[in-house]
Design a protein around this ligand. Structure first.
Ligand SMILES: Nc1ncnc2c1ncn2[C@@H]1O[C@H](COP(=O)(O)OP(=O)(O)O)[C@@H](O)[C@H]1O
Ligand SMILES: [Mg+2]
Length: 222
């Protein structure tokens, strides 16, 4: 994205002149305190919000003014994991993960095998007939990640994906997403959890009052 600004209310900026380039298959963290603009930045990247200024190139298209039928086409290529991950409580794990494939008309047999393989990636194949409520918080979050990954997205956006989890489980979730990056998915993780970010020496950008700066990993400042 280039020189992107976003304002929800006149006179206040959620993002100000943000420029960011992320390479294919890269894994990055966006840090910043509550209200810094992290969620806004992610929403711009899957056209859930529009910028007031700037260009947002995603998978070769400027999506800053994207409308109508082009939006679902973009979203099929971008997986999202949001903090309130809203699994369907009356559906099994398998159905939750497969839902997006049904929507796009993937043949049943192919859908089942993709769901199974994705659940295996997140270590939950043995839970496929369970309901979300009978799973732990960490398992539920892994279901949400499986749901985001099952369509083999080129980009994965995760907003506070470890928000309500113990440190040990948080590490597990981050490592799952790193594995997705190793398979070629571009992964952007927004988190206010500095301790988590510091465990990894991954590219990190910090938002403060809507302004984005690259964090220098070499410096001892963090
Ligand atoms: N839908 C909205 N309407 C008005 N203001 C909003 C809206 N969403 C976010 N904001 C404001 O934009 C700023 C950035 O919010 P957000 O992107 O949610 O930050 P973060 O995810 O880092 O906590 C905050 O000041 C927030 O109050
Ligand atoms: Mg947020």
């Amino acid at each position: 994205m280039f020189h992107v600004s976003k304002s929800y209310l006149p006179g206040t900026w959620a993002l100000q002149d943000v420029s960011l380039e992320v390479g294919r298959g890269q894994f990055i963290f966006i840090t910043g305190q509550s209200g810094a603009g992290k969620t806004t930045l992610l929403k711009l990247l899957f056209a859930a919000e529009r910028p007031n200024e700037g260009q947002i190139l995603v998978l070769g298209r400027n999506i800053a003014r994207l409308q109508g039928r082009a939006v679902p086409a973009l979203r099929r290529r971008v997986g999202v994991v949001f903090q309130d991950f809203k699994l369907l409580s009356h559906r099994t794990v398998e159905e939750n993960v497969g839902f997006a494939l049904d929507v796009v008309g993937t043949p049943r047999r192919e859908a089942r095998s993709r769901v199974f393989n994705t659940l295996r990636q997140v270590g939950l194949q043995h839970r496929r007939y369970h309901h979300p409520m009978s799973l732990s918080g960490g398992e539920q979050q892994r279901v949400a990640i499986a749901r985001a990954l099952v369509g083999e997205p080129e980009i994965l956006l995760a907003d506070e994906p470890t928000g309500n989890l113990d440190p040990g489980l948080s590490v597990e979730i981050i490592e799952l997403m790193m594995a997705a990056a190793n398979r070629g998915t571009t992964v952007i993780v927004a988190t206010h959890d500095i301790a988590l970010v510091e465990r990894y020496r991954m590219r990190t950008l910090n938002l403060e009052g809507g302004r984005l700066t690259e964090v220098d990993l070499e410096g001892g400042g963090r």
